[in-house]
Design a protein around this ligand. Structure first.
Ligand SMILES: *Cc1c(COP(=O)(O)O)cnc(C)c1O
Length: 383
């Protein structure tokens, strides 16, 4: 057991009461009253055309791949530095993932590589706002438009972040959110599809309802519902939506807590990082981040591993992050090879994430910072 865990699921107060209410409502399957409340909050806050809750972020990405009619032989550009679902959702439909490298500053997809990676087979560019810091959306949208390629946002990290004042998740035609236990807002397992282009709304409802027009039936638009398209079951139980609503309701408090944690680290580690050649997260001035995580980029892999062990010996769990997808067993089947995404390869070896959870106390933060300052496993002397 760690004295200070890496993550701790947050309970903000009303989760249990609302779940009991969901049972009392007599509606615990999908699209019940709590789903409706969550949808309203998300659509309003994001200014999104339509939000549909899903059982996970992965399912939202799968729904996107179905909506875009991704088929065998299509190519989809994804960053190599991301979670497997960003690529897997499209691979499931037969697409070939084309791995893009990341920018060394924000660790987001390097938009200057797109021109080189786009081919006549490219159907979509999937961006990930790493750590909830926006990708260079203006350049990405412009390149995609020129080539007639769809832009999708995997916004699992970036709920409530903005790029040039506009919410992350509202730039692509479609976007995915995750409410996994490790995310800012959670219901254990959950997600959402954000639809920003009206042409996808009706079909999204059908695919999500097992390929039936059940949603139209419930609105009274048809007098019976039937099988009209391919589909699957992509609804979140209203029991989980009740949990989620308890969190969404207090989203501002949650974000304020996370901001305090992020700023504590940034402020108390600034000099230490400079003295030892450690790089702290970079947030461009035109991005409002979502305070999803706090990372250190250590000078080397050896120092990263030594620091993880050092913190572990003090009861503090720190963890590395994504291993390059292009070098994974699956990635290599699609031609991934060393040297293909050099920034990703370098960063994934050196990056370490510090404990970060809503309930983290000032004492816990101070303990992490002082443990970091006791580290003496530097392999290079900095002047
Ligand atoms: C968490 C995450 C996902 C998947 O979300 P689930 O809800 O766990 O399926 C996808 N992409 C990224 C970048 C993530 O961090």
């Amino acid at each position: 057991m760690y004295r200070i865990p890496f993550n701790w699921p947050s309970f903000e107060g009303q989760e249990q009461a609302y779940m009991v209410q969901a049972v009392a409502n007599g509606h615990i399957s999908g699209d019940g009253p709590f789903t409706e409340k969550c949808r309203e909050i998300l659509e309003k806050q994001l200014g999104a055309l339509k939000v549909l809750l899903t059982p996970s972020g992965t399912h939202a990405l799968e729904l996107i791949a179905l909506l875009l009619d991704i088929r065998e032989g299509d190519e989809v550009i994804v960053p190599s530095f991301t979670f497997v679902s960003t690529a897997n959702a499209f691979v499931l439909r037969g697409a070939r993932p084309v791995f893009a490298d990341i920018r060394p500053d924000t660790l987001n997809l390097d938009e200057t590589q797109l021109e080189r990676l786009i081919t006549p087979r490219t159907r979509a560019i999937v961006v990930v706002h790493y750590a909830g810091v926006g990708c260079e959306m203006e350049a990405i949208l412009e390149t995609a438009r020129r080539h007639g390629v769809a832009v999708v946002e995997d916004n699992a990290h970036g709920l409530f972040g903005t790029y040039k004042g506009k919410p992350l998740g509202t730039f692509g035609c479609l976007a995915a959110l995750s409410f996994h236990e490790t995310k800012n807002i959670t219901c254990g397992e959950g997600g959402a599809l954000i639809i920003n282009d009206p042409q996808y709304i009706e079909r999204a409802e059908i695919i999500r309802e097992k390929g039936t027009d059940r949603a139209r039936f419930f609105r009274g638009e048809v007098d019976k519902y039937t099988w009209v398209d391919v589909g699957s079951s992509y609804l979140l139980s209203d029991l989980l939506a009740a949990f989620l609503y308890a969190q969404l309701e207090v989203r501002e408090q949650i974000q304020a807590k996370r901001r305090r944690i992020w700023e504590y680290y940034a402020e108390h580690l600034k000099e230490w990082a400079e003295a030892h050649g450690v790089r702290l997260p970079y947030v461009p001035p035109h991005c409002q981040q979502s305070y999803h995580l706090f990372y250190l980029l250590m000078p080397s892999l050896e120092e990263r591993q030594a620091l993880i062990a050092h913190l572990k010996a003090r009861g503090i769990l720190s963890v590395f992050h994504y291993q390059p997808l292009h070098l994974s067993a699956m990635g290599r089947r699609f031609g991934g090879h060393p040297g293909q995404c050099p920034v990703t390869e370098d960063v994934s070896d050196r990056l370490l994430r510090l404990p970060f959870y809503n309930a983290m106390t000032e004492e816990e933060l101070a303990a992490v910072v002082s443990a970091l300052k006791e580290f003496d496993g530097w392999t290079r002397r900095m002047n």
